[in-house]
Design a protein around this ligand. Structure first.
Ligand code: DX5
Ligand code: ZN
Length: 216
């Protein structure tokens, strides 16, 4: 898969004009569409669920990247895949049987990602890295858009890259939280393949132009 991808987060879109915002992304250079699902239990916020996912399925022409910030994600992955998820990422911290959940996502026909919170060490992935299609590194504590980027993420990108190379894994590295024009090129240089951007894109005067700029 080609790298230097941008995945704008729908969490920062205008929910009164969801179709308009999804169409804007369709016409932009964005590669993926990031869908943040929050349950008010794994994270201290509730975002949206299946009805919004259905709207995404109806209108988006982009690769749909679903980030589940929920407890017991294994109960819901099938429905998200049915509703058009191309990739489903689940938190290491939320999965008692991570191997089984990754296997379930792949068997149902989607790519599978594993997500690490800022305080979870990369070495926890040693026994799953061969299996996953993507590692999503949280560069903020999950739950809200518009937070400040945590700089320790650069170290974790390097460690993830090492782990991937050592294990001959195909996994892409995605970074989520506080991505902006200041850090995007540094993150790609450090080894990130995909950058999520919510606030940076949707609070820009020209969101499509911002997506272009984030890729440079
Ligand atoms: C945070 C979410 C992020 C968020 C990113 O819990 O997982 O995807 O939308 O938003 P920004 O880019 O505004 O930090
Ligand atoms: Zn996210």
């Amino acid at each position: 898969m080609k790298t230097k991808l941008i995945s704008p987060s729908l969490l920062s879109a205008d929910f009164g004009n969801l179709e308009r915002d999804i169409n804007m992304l369709n016409d932009s250079q964005s590669d993926w569409l990031h869908v943040d699902v929050m349950d008010g239990r794994f994270v201290p916020n509730i975002s949206f669920g299946f009805p919004v996912m259905k709207t995404v399925q109806e209108h988006s022409k982009k690769f749909v990247d679903v980030h589940l910030m929920i407890v017991e994600p294994e109960k819901y992955v099938e429905e998200f895949i049915y509703l058009g998820a191309d990739l489903v990422s689940v938190h290491y911290e939320a999965c008692t049987h991570l191997n089984r959940t990754i296997d379930l996502i792949q068997k149902k026909g989607a790519k599978a990602g594993v997500v690490l919170n800022p305080a979870t060490p990369v070495l926890m992935l040693e026994d799953i890295i061969e299996m996953v299609d993507l590692v999503l590194l949280m560069s903020v504590n999950p739950g809200f858009g518009g937070q400040k980027f945590i700089k320790n993420t650069y170290k974790k990108i390097a460690e993830t890259k090492d782990l991937i190379l050592t294990n001959n894994s195909r996994a892409l590295i995605e970074v989520d939280g506080g991505v902006n024009l200041e850090n995007a090129s540094k993150l790609f240089e450090a080894g990130a393949d995909v950058l999520v951007a919510g606030n940076a894109v949707f609070s820009a005067e020209d969101p499509a132009k911002m997506i272009e700029l984030l890729k440079i």
